[in-house]
Design a protein around this ligand. Structure first.
Ligand code: SF4
Ligand code: SF4
Length: 317
């Protein structure tokens, strides 16, 4: 039993289990226009792992078999997958609610001009990462460029109609950076709303702060700086048992770019597939076994149960 399982034993005897699959998270590839130092999937412009069309067709079949309330498309930068428009269209034609996770900057790249209007027409909800102004590890010039591109994309999305229609959600996600934990969501959201509107006349639906997670580049960076043990201790100390029922893994499955199933994209980053007693990839037939499965946990799970961070938790409305 790992230390996370020991910590939750009193609240979840028998370990953490999933309910029905309400959210299918699809990782369309690790290719990204950025290479952030906190990226748990170590995505970047040099990554070649991209979901191919035949796998997307299998995902469509799995979605019809499982019937999730939401299909969430993530990356990398999903915008950079050459099949993304067709994939989104086919999901929407089959009646699935679709949410796209965007870093905003990929949408500002050449050849993406039509994307805001396309997403709006197809009724795609968005979760957009906004850069952390206080990350001391990103040089000022790079941050300025990222910020400029992000604002440009937000302006294009506003022009396309996002936030004017309450159905067209545009949620912003923010990493506090370093080893800080997110503060109370409501306080931070009000300040951010004021700032974004007064400077750029931009609005958004909700803003969520998230805790940086140990896997990937973030772990490498913490190790390099000799802070990995301290951060692991901080996460454990901030354990909030009230978060357990709301963890995203309790109601979702993540599908990797190659069609393999994971409980979440942190497990994907660590290459820990779903429990082998259930179906582990799209080629397997028994998709029903994903409901009620035992969730594969590890010390990194303390990152989901620490502080007020909410994005790891249930946000399907
Ligand atoms: S954190 Fe997001 S934007 Fe940054 S490299 Fe990873 S996928 Fe790309
Ligand atoms: S990292 Fe978080 S979402 Fe993933 S299995 Fe652990 S608790 Fe669940």
């Amino acid at each position: 039993m790992n230390s996370f399982e020991r910590s939750i034993a009193v609240y979840q005897p028998g370990g953490l289990h999933a309910g029905d699959v309400e959210v299918m998270q699809v990782n369309t590839g690790l290719l990204c226009d950025q290479a952030c130092r906190h990226c748990h999937l170590e995505c970047g412009p040099d990554r070649s792992e991209v979901m191919e069309w035949p796998v997307m067709e299998q995902v469509l079949g799995a979605a019809e078999a499982i019937g999730p309330r939401l299909v969430e498309i993530a990356g990398g930068a999903p915008e950079m997958n050459p099949h993304i428009r067709e994939f989104v269209s086919m999901l929407r034609d089959r009646g699935f609610a679709v949410r796209l996770r965007t870093n905003l900057t990929a949408m500002a790249e050449p050849g993406m001009d039509d994307l805001p209007a396309f997403l709006r027409e197809r009724g795609v909800k968005l979760v957009a990462s906004v850069p952390c102004h206080t990350d001391e590890n990103i040089c000022r010039l790079h941050m300025t460029r990222v910020l400029e591109k992000s604002i440009r994309s937000l302006q294009l999305l506003r022009k396309a109609g996002y936030t004017a229609d309450p159905e067209l959600q545009l949620n912003l996600v923010y990493n506090p950076g370093g080893t800080l934990f997110p503060g109370r969501q409501s306080t931070a959201q009000a300040a951010y709303r004021r700032e974004l509107y007064s400077q750029y006349r931009l609005t958004f639906t909700r803003r969520l702060s998230i805790t940086d997670m140990p896997p990937g580049r973030y772990r490498a960076r913490l190790r390099q700086e000799g802070r990995d043990v301290q951060y692991a201790h901080l996460l454990r100390k901030a354990f909030n048992p009230g978060s357990l029922d709301l963890l995203s893994c309790r109601h979702q499955v993540s599908i990797g770019w190659d069609g393999v199933f994971y409980d979440c994209d942190f497990n994907l980053a660590l290459n820990r597939t779903v429990d082998e007693s259930v179906t582990v990839c799209l080629d397997d037939a028994d998709l029903g076994s994903l409901s009620g499965r035992r969730i594969v946990t590890g010390d990194h799970c303390f990152g989901c149960t620490a502080g007020y961070g909410l994005s790891r938790r249930r946000t399907i409305d």
